[in-house]
Design a protein around this ligand. Sequence first.
Ligand code: FNR
Length: 367
Amino acid sequence: EELTVIRKFEHIEHCLKKQVEAHVSTQFENIHFVHTSLPEIDKEEIDLSIEFLGRRFDYPIMIAGMTGGTKGSQIAGKINKTLAKAAQELNIPMGVGSQRAMIRKPETWESYYVRDVAPDIFLVGNLGAPQFAENMPNRYGVEEALKAVETIQADALAIHMNPLQESVQPEGDTQYKGVINALAELKSELSYPIIAKETGAGVSMEVAIKLESIGIDAIDVGGLGGTSWSGVEYYRAKDERSRNLALKFWDWGIPTALSVAEVRYATTLPIIATGGIRDGIAIAKALTLGANLAGVALPLLKPAVNGDVEGVIKILQRYIDELKNAMFLVGARNVEELKKVPLVVTGFAREWLEQRIDLWEFLKDRR
Ligand code: FNR
């Protein structure tokens, strides 16, 4: 019973102290803007606001879900409240980490609760896809989903898809059979929007098409190039055999930039580009590739653990400055205009996308 809570604490520890990021890139370095010498706009008129799932946000950035449930140390509650204060100040959405611990131990609910400090933010709850699988004992259904959302007064529910992490974790939940059907059923019963969310290995167009067909409201591609959950599990592994498996799959997945392109090519679903977003230029490229907003997790963990709201805002403000500057240099007055500027795709990204989508058609749509 305590396992979930301890595991979440170990994850935070390793994410703070160890190198847990992928050794390969998001591929945003192979996506290029074409510089505009005559932007024909004033930098100060640039509007970064966007609409997503019926709500308006000041910036196309989301704080991705990380934690909750570590009651004893109060660490999760502090992290979530710190992130929430920053989200409230910037008027951007935020997710909490997996609420599995809360479903098992309802008394941990406060570590996810942020409405007292963030009354207005768009808040996203979080449960794991394997919990809904056919062969999961005590599998979740609409009751658990409702509890996750309503206990913390969230606006939407993220269902995280993490087969990579579960597969390299000795105690992992590797039953994924029947998840699509369960999500379809959940979608028909739950009145809150559902976001299907990867956690660092990316979403392919095939999976995105399935998710769109069952009515899922948005996809967070959670692509490769940032936090590697196989990497995190490598540090948690207790023996040679598990260490080897985690190491081999450290860099498994679909790079974030390519996942955004695939999902945008194949569906009209709103997209959150998460995974290795480390500056505002990458955010600008993600938006031009078709994302509606970008998500950030790991860089915000350190200031959040220290309760440093200003530290969280400072990082996000830097991203915002860089995003705005990139928009100025391609002459985009707002995010709608940014979506139409030309891109050049080179190297590995080009090779991948040429084999997966009609790249030229896709790029032509963007100007
Ligand atoms: C996460 N992430 C995550 N995702 C999720 O859906 N449920 C969860 O409980 C967690 N927990 C969690 C803890 C910590 C410490 C980190 C850093 C991340 C995944 C996160 O939302 C995101 O998808 C990935 O971390 C990729 O983004 P970054 O970290 O590369 O910006």
